[in-house]
Design a protein around this ligand. Structure first.
Ligand code: 3HC
Length: 336
């Protein structure tokens, strides 16, 4: 459904922005040339301060989303309906943890430590994806998270495999391969439920009703209200705008919903022959911003669980540090 071959054109029209302040004209010229030639910027290369800050902001928010994203589904590991589903869910949640680690590592190459990024998350300063602040009420929610949440995540992340910053782009290649499996396993779990009893079918429809609009909001505010998009696209960090990605996701999902046998909860959703895209209804942006700003149904619970997990893991970090300093001392002693 969504694979590396989901190759789409870059959005146009957002690239004419004021260039950032020139801090080092020669280095800036080399940087601009590389960006214009679609080359990769690597950690040792000179880069404008704004480029570095934008990347740290986006990559760290992305990493936080991966590890907070483990929580709504992790809740269901002990309640999965069969051993097969439990094994798949454990693998998926573990993958999300791995994605967080690749992404924190990519952000660290820009000079910000993992500790600083985690402090920002745990103190509530840093953002993570709005979608993980909603509750997972029943097993169908786990399938819908795979199908729609991971489906939306992949649509947004495949263009990031072509991001101008090398470490982020390379991390995203592996992340997208794994996300593709996540999306398929969710869809397959829902297909199984839709072949079951009326009660199971109703659970799937209910879960789709609750998650659909939240997934559309995941792509971020409309282009006209997105403060970072224009510059991020000029720098080749973002390749496709929030609205264009949202539209692609909707167009790809409508036929999948038809095969599944569920109705997407939008009376305005219909094919527009002229645009060759689906028209869709109004997203509730007030609700989105309220959630992003900490007032969603599960924000406080998610953050508290994350902080507790971090604190409970202190002994592991202490043990790893003690072991590495013991190894270092041994190496120094052997070398003396
Ligand atoms: N949730 C929370 N905050 C959001 C958001 C969302 N869904 N969408 C946008 N925002 C925030 C932005 O972070 C920014 O806040 P800031 O100025 O405080 O940093 C503000 O809203 C304005 O939005 P912009 O569109 O101007 O911001 P960006 O250019 O950064 O675009 C983005 C937002 C499209 C999410 C972009 O950052 C991006 O593509 N990020 C990488 C992918 C990512 O982080 N995905 C999150 C989901 S990961 C996931 O789902 C895990 C998977 O395993 C399921």
């Amino acid at each position: 459904m969504y694979t590396q071959s989901f190759n789409v054109q870059d959005s146009t029209g957002l690239k004419s922005v004021t260039p950032p302040a020139v801090e080092n004209p020669e280095a800036q010229a080399r940087f601009d040339q590389k960006i214009d030639a679609d080359g990769k910027i690597e950690p040792q290369d000179w880069m404008p301060d704004g480029y570095r800050k934008t990347l740290v902001r986006q990559i760290s928010q992305h990493a936080h989303s991966e590890i907070v994203g483990m929580l709504p589904e992790g809740n269901w590991i002990s309640r999965a309906p069969s051993l097969k589903r439990k094994a798949i869910l454990i693998a998926k949640v573990q993958d999300e943890g791995g994605h967080g680690l690749y992404l924190y590592s990519a952000a660290e190459t820009l000079g910000t430590s993992r500790g600083q990024m985690l402090d920002a998350l745990h103190s509530g300063k840093a953002k993570y994806s709005s979608i993980f602040n909603y509750p997972t009420l029943n097993w169908a929610d786990v399938g819908v998270i795979g199908w729609l949440v991971d489906g939306a995540a992949i649509s947004n992340q495949i263009p990031l495999c072509r991001c101008s910053y090398g470490p982020y782009a390379r991390a995203m290649i592996r992340v997208c391969k794994e996300e593709s499996f996540h999306q398929r396993q969710g869809y397959e779990a829902l297909l199984t439920m839709m072949g079951g009893t009326d009660a199971q079918k109703a659970m799937v429809q209910d879960a789709v009703n609750r998650w659909w609009w939240k997934c559309l909001a995941m792509f971020g505010p409309p282009d006209a209200d997105s403060p970072h998009s224009a510059q991020a696209m000029r720098w080749g960090i973002k390749r496709i705008s929030n609205d264009d990605l949202r539209q692609k996701f909707i167009d790809a999902t409508v036929p999948q919903a038809r095969v599944l046998g569920v109705t997407l909860p939008d009376p305005d959703l219909k094919w527009n022959e002229e645009r060759q895209h689906h028209d869709y209804g109004q997203i509730d942006w007030d609700e989105f911003w309220s959630t992003v700003n900490g007032n969603g149904p599960c924000n406080k619970e998610r953050l508290a669980t994350r902080v507790k997990a971090h604190n409970d893991g202190q002994w592991v970090r202490d043990a790893a540090l003690a072991y590495s300093s013991k190894q270092l001392n041994k190496t120094l002693k052997d070398a003396a």
